[in-house]
Design a protein around this ligand. Structure first.
Ligand code: MEV
Length: 332
């Protein structure tokens, strides 16, 4: 067996269909491969090794006498002061140790990366995905797509309650996907444009946002389902625009989706301001991405130069960080 295993996973953005996907509608997500997390899993000889290890002060140590000694130093920066964010990685580690026959071994798992937490970029799924891959690598275990999704799903349930599964699939995808009823399909696409991702700096809690949409549906038995169907239809039509290379139409549909998400109550004044600034600076369209009520905005720009202008406008409107992701069209 190896002494050290490594794994990584990337962030994602949801182009269309967040929230509606929880209620059975389709959604379109894109991997953001330049933004990711890496995990290292190291086999420890005994508890002395743990105590002697150079684990930073922020690490979280769990001892289970007679079983495993697990050290998780997960995201020592962004997770500082938020111990509840360690619950999901811990659940994933325990499930992996059992699945890969490592229960009883001392294992140190370290996760580093730059995906900000609670910003709708799939950080919990990316952390879980990197951990699963690192522990499978350590154990020399074969990791089927199905097993990967099951193990990431363990963490997603802890983090989000009743996740649709979209984020777990998106961390495993190398291309845009359309996801519906638990099944993801790769979307061949011909669109050339740049996605600008802007962090509002405000935490958005997916579990809370999902609960607020459920409550909206209870309070609005006609309008609620109409909005779910509308967001699902935009995902279907947007997938076609992506495939056919129609960025203007994609942008117009993003604007429509933002209007529906705002009506559902998952946007916020901060997000609206950033969306408006992006469109004012020439983006084809812009919308929140992920759970909302904080988190990130995505905008679609024609090319790198337009993306720089849009990113500057989004920062002036309050975004604390921006990233750019080029859509180049797929080979298939
Ligand atoms: C979170 O990234 C996306 C939501 O649709 C929740 C989910 O799909 O589980 C808000």
């Amino acid at each position: 067996m190896l002494r050290t295993g490594r794994g990584s996973a990337h962030a994602k953005v949801i182009l269309f269909g967040e929230h509606a996907v929880v209620h059975g509608a389709p959604a379109v997500a894109l991997p953001i491969d330049g933004l990711g997390v890496c995990a290292t899993a190291r086999l420890l000889d005994d508890v002395d090794d743990v105590e002697g290890s150079a684990a930073p002060a922020a690490s979280d140590v769990e001892r289970r006498p007679g079983e495993s000694t697990i050290v998780t130093d997960v995201y020592s920066g962004p997770l500082d002061g938020a111990p509840e964010l360690l619950e999901s990685p811990r659940a994933v580690i325990l499930a992996c140790l059992e699945e890969f026959g490592l229960s009883g071994s001392g294992v140190e798992v370290t996760v580093t990366g730059e995906v900000p937490h609670a910003r709708g970029l799939g950080s919990s799924a990316a952390v879980a995905g990197a951990i699963v891959r690192a522990l499978a690598d350590l154990a020399g275990a074969e990791l089927s797509q199905e097993l990967y999704l099951d193990l990431v799903g363990v963490g997603e349930k802890v983090a989000h309650g009743a996740p649709s599964g979209l984020d777990a699939h998106a961390t495993a995808a190398a291309e845009p996907i359309i996801f519906e009823a638990g099944v993801a399909r790769v979307l061949p696409h011909r669109t050339r444009a740049v996605i600008v991702v802007a962090d509002s700096g405000v935490a958005g809690r997916t579990r809370r946002a999902v609960a607020s949409v459920t409550s909206f549906l209870e309070r609005h038995p006609l309008r609620g389902p109409a909005l779910m169907a509308g967001l699902g239809a935009l995902a279907q039509q947007g997938a076609l625009d992506l495939a056919q290379g129609r960025p203007e139409q994609l942008g117009a549909k993003m604007a429509e989706a933002q209007g529906m998400l705002r009506e559902l109550g998952v946007s916020s004044p901060e997000l609206d301001r950033i969306v408006d600034a992006a469109v004012g600076a020439g983006a084809y369209g812009a919308k929140l991405t992920g759970g909302g009520q904080g988190g990130c905005v995505i905008a679609l720009a024609a090319d790198d130069e337009a993306a720089r202008r849009v990113a500057t406008a989004m920062r002036l409107a309050g975004a604390v960080a921006t990233w750019q992701h080029r859509l180049e069209g797929s080979s298939s």
